[in-house]
Design a binder for this molecule. Structure first.
Ligand code: SAM
Ligand code: DTB
Ligand code: SF4
Length: 319
């Protein structure tokens, strides 16, 4: 198999962003079609297993203890409840269950409590994903042994914009965890958020950091910021719709075999916008009425949208 390109220069990525919209979309869709069934979209469901009181200061997040967002903190969820939610997600057609915790990093003790959750969800026949913050190499190996399929850890924005968004950790901390996850041979899920006050060259730089990892992330979630009252980014101007679609298209071109997820922010997107994202190369969504702490489109609306577009809900694989 030919090696996927991971030596992108910023100028090369910016040149993709600068293409006329139709040329960019045609290029991205052609690559999409060459690698995936263009009518298949993978669906993942999310569950927040530990809510709020996070010591990090991520300026977009409802769960940071630094901002008064009115969110009620909750301790780690009981396993029975987690498995009940996973069953509901599976009955609704999700093939992957992603459990998130508002931690800077898990302690070994808390990780021990998450492991039976992973094993329980896996035993139900679903793919498992967790997002628990920064990991040590040993913790990544422990998760691999527990049978974890995916670890989500977003780089969120460009290295250049990072300190405008988060000051309690740095960009390299994120890359270090991604390296530990890759070393443990767990599938990497890593992407970012659009609408964090970044410019186009930041978006190019963020995608460059993802595509220049030793191995492309298997899954690349691209979120549109869900503005949270009480956070510093409550009133940031969002990118235009075409700029969001452009970013999906550039991600598809740069990481042709990765699954690109149209993630948070879909409640603010109309059908045509979402359809354009699928055309540009998005082939996964979060499905179910709740993301972590905010809402997602209702499942009936998503089913109708898929029907209108002739999209099949299934696990996607490259060809
Ligand atoms: N605490 C862990 C961490 O930050 O890695 C895991 C949970 S954290 C909530 C998971 C991801 O959700 C973040 O990295 C960020 O990309 C995304 N996220 C959080 N708040 C968001 C928002 N308001 N809008 C869009 N995406 C958001
Ligand atoms: C990802 O990239 N987006 C998800 C998941 N990975 C963990 C989280 C979106 C959170 C949106 C805001 C909220 O619901 O709190
Ligand atoms: Fe904490 Fe994660 Fe929210 Fe940052 S994004 S404040 S690390 S829960």
């Amino acid at each position: 198999m030919t090696k996927l390109k991971n030596d992108w220069t910023l100028a090369e990525v910016e040149a993709l962003f600068a293409l006329p919209f139709n040329d960019l979309l045609f290029k991205a869709h052609t690559i999409h079609r060459g690698n995936f069934d263009p009518n298949a979209v993978q669906v993942s469901s999310l569950l927040n297993i530990k809510t709020g009181a996070c010591p990090e200061d991520c300026s977009y997040c409802s769960q940071s203890s630094k901002y008064d967002t009115g969110l009620e903190r909750e301790k780690l969820m009981e396993i029975d409840m987690v498995l009940k939610e996973a069953k509901t997600a599976q009955d609704n057609g999700a093939t992957r269950f992603c459990m998130g915790a508002a931690w800077r990093n898990p302690t070994d003790k808390s990780l021990d409590k998450v492991i039976p959750m992973i094993q329980g969800v896996k035993a139900m026949g679903m793919e498992t994903c967790v997002t628990l913050g920064m990991l040590t190499q040993a913790q990544a190996f422990t998760l691999k042994e527990a049978g974890l399929d995916y670890y989500n850890h977003n780089i969120d924005t460009s290295e250049e914009n990072y300190s405008n968004v988060i000051t309690t950790r740095n960009f390299q901390d994120r890359l270090d965890t991604l390296e530990s996850v890759q070393n443990a041979d767990i599938h990497v899920c890593s992407g970012g958020i659009l609408g964090l006050g970044e410019g186009q060259s930041d978006r190019a730089s963020m995608l460059r950091s993802l595509a220049n990892l030793e191995k492309h992330p298997d899954s690349v979630p691209l979120n549109l910021l869900v503005p949270i009252p009480g956070t510093p980014f409550e009133k940031v101007t969002p990118p235009s719709e075409t700029e969001f679609v452009r970013t999906i298209a550039v991600a598809r071109i740069m990481m042709p075999k990765s699954v690109v997820r149209l993630s948070a922010g879909r409640t603010e997107m109309g059908e045509a916008m979402q359809a354009m994202c699928f055309f540009a190369g998005a082939n996964s969504i979060f499905y179910g009425e709740q993301l972590l702490t905010t809402s997602n489109p209702d499942t009936n609306a998503d089913q109708m949208l898929f029907k209108k577009l002739g999209i099949n809900r299934q696990s996607v694989s490259t060809h």
